[in-house]
Design a protein around this ligand. Sequence first.
Ligand code: EPZ
Length: 420
Amino acid sequence: MKYLEISGGRPLFGEIQIQGSKNAALPILVSCILSEGTCRIENCPEIKDVEDTLQIMRELGCGVRRLGRTVYVDASCISRWEIRATEASRIRSSVLFLGALLGRTGKAVLPMPGGCAIGSRPVDLHQKALKQLGAVFLNQEQLQAECREIRGGRIRLPFPSVGATENCLLACVLAKGESRIENPAREPEIDELCSFLNCRGARISRRRDGSLRIQGVSRLEPGVWQIQADRIVAGTYLLAAACTGGSLCVHGCPEESLRAAAGVLRRMGAQVWNQEKRWAVAVKERLQGVPYVETRPYPDFPTDLQSPLMAAFSVASGRSRIRETIFENRFSTAWELRKMGAQIQVDGNLACIDGVRRLKGARLQAPDLRGGAALVLAGLQADGITRIERTEYIERGYEDICRDLGSVGARIRVVQDTGG
Ligand code: EPZ
């Protein structure tokens, strides 16, 4: 078994080039099966969820090659529409193959998706929307659907679900006629997927009211795309400096993608600058807590930074509260942080944090992807040594958190426990 070992108490100084975005790369890779020919995806992060997605694509008959951060996907001959790969029940984004396979072949069979245990994560919004486009679901144990042809239609999402928006887009681009998605997600990753599809011949536009209009086309060309920087990884590292103090610069994220997180950091008393795709944070003394922060759909404070923010609040002065409004079970990090001496009370979807001056190193288990990253941040601030197990969660979304944080002064390493 391997674990992360962190020796805390050092401020962070330096610059980090941010990896490509997991949540942009996954739908963009899946969209490659909509075209015959080879797509080239650049700056594709080297993370577990991407590897799992590429494995599923190989099972479907795609030719897949990776050269460093460049991935080539040849979907000329999709030989199957049934996914059995165990990878599909490990990751949440496998559900996107539903819309893409229906769009390409008119059939899809795949297991219920996986993903972090941060809530029940149903797929009812995906199914309801795809039914409105003509899909017929054949059973409930797995996702089995078919449609003679996807017909353009009007879909109103009751909640701006990121995945359901992406699934609709993947199904609509080759539909007969025009589609409208009302109340779609507005995350930057959605616009990036639309841009990639449009550069391949799709006709997608976002209207003033935020809805998406898709005019179906008969075919999509393969294309080339460079994945944008991961705003959640960038925000995680800015929050690391909020825990340890110091001065950090992260490169790659446009202004609007980190605006909400920067706002909370400023309310904590950090100095935050942004110039084009360069973000800098300076923390000279202990930060203050913030009375109330709520996670909301983009462009508000992102749920994926909720756990890292909880770590920062754990060592800020005073009382902070976070309300998690997106997922119903995303406070598991609190129980691990308490092992380090954090003072956190959880009541339903509200966490109340009374900051302490120093956390204590402890032996911890990552509860999920972003919770694992939050424990790293806490370990960077803590006295003594922190050991974090179940690092496979962190590897799902962070290319190399040891490389990144080690490059700016953190004492962090991977230890292979031979169990001797
Ligand atoms: C995407 O998950 C991201 N994952 C998540 O990032 C992110 O937290 C989430 O969007 C919200 O921004 C990927 O992009 C791979 P949703 P997704 O559909 O699509 C409910 C990370 O750490 N819902 O917007 O699954 C759902 O239960 C991960 O990188 C339904 O009820 O999120 C949740 O409460 C974690 N029915 C809410 O909507 C549905 O059919 C938001 O889910 C679908 C969703």
